[in-house]
Design a protein around this ligand. Sequence first.
Ligand SMILES: *[C@@H]1O[C@H](CO)[C@@H](O)[C@H](O)[C@H]1NC(C)=O
Ligand SMILES: *[C@@H]1O[C@H](CO)[C@@H](O)[C@H](O)[C@H]1NC(C)=O
Ligand SMILES: *[C@@H]1O[C@H](CO)[C@@H](O)[C@H](O)[C@H]1NC(C)=O
Length: 117
Amino acid sequence: MVPSGSYIPLFLFFLSSSASTTLTGFVSIDCANQTFHDPLASENLNSLFKSLVSRSSTTNFYKTTSGENNQSISGFYQCHFDLSKINCSRCITELMHSIQKMCKTNTLAARVQLNGC
Ligand SMILES: *[C@@H]1O[C@H](CO)[C@@H](O)[C@H](O)[C@H]1NC(C)=O
Ligand SMILES: *[C@@H]1O[C@H](CO)[C@@H](O)[C@H](O)[C@H]1NC(C)=O
Ligand SMILES: *[C@@H]1O[C@H](CO)[C@@H](O)[C@H](O)[C@H]1NC(C)=O
């Protein structure tokens, strides 16, 4: 029974730290292996990222599509409902950095979760 005794304090620690200190703490990431090679899609991806980051300072949930052609890309984010606008924006900014850092460039799809968004 030694293992179960040592799990409980650890769990409590995570609960309290996610509430107060680690807004942008890393939870999980999934990146598609496939990438796209169309420069137009690359532009659409950049403008999608910009649009999501800029909206995150005004609303906690947003969904949009970038590009009007067959290379268009969709994305959405959701911040925890009780997050302030400024912290939602901080969280989404960090989230976009995580995708750029941890996924292949021009990955076809990615999904990231941080503590706050
Ligand atoms: C933003 O989050 C931090 C914790 O990461 C918190 O201390 C701070 O009060 C929050 N700011 C606002 C304006 O909610
Ligand atoms: C993704 O790529 C890695 C390395 O090329 C490979 O080992 C892995 O099996 C791939 N996964 C999928 C789901 O295709
Ligand atoms: C996208 O559309 C362009 C012209 O509208 C076409 O030439 C191209 O083959 C299409 N690409 C795909 C992947 O469907």
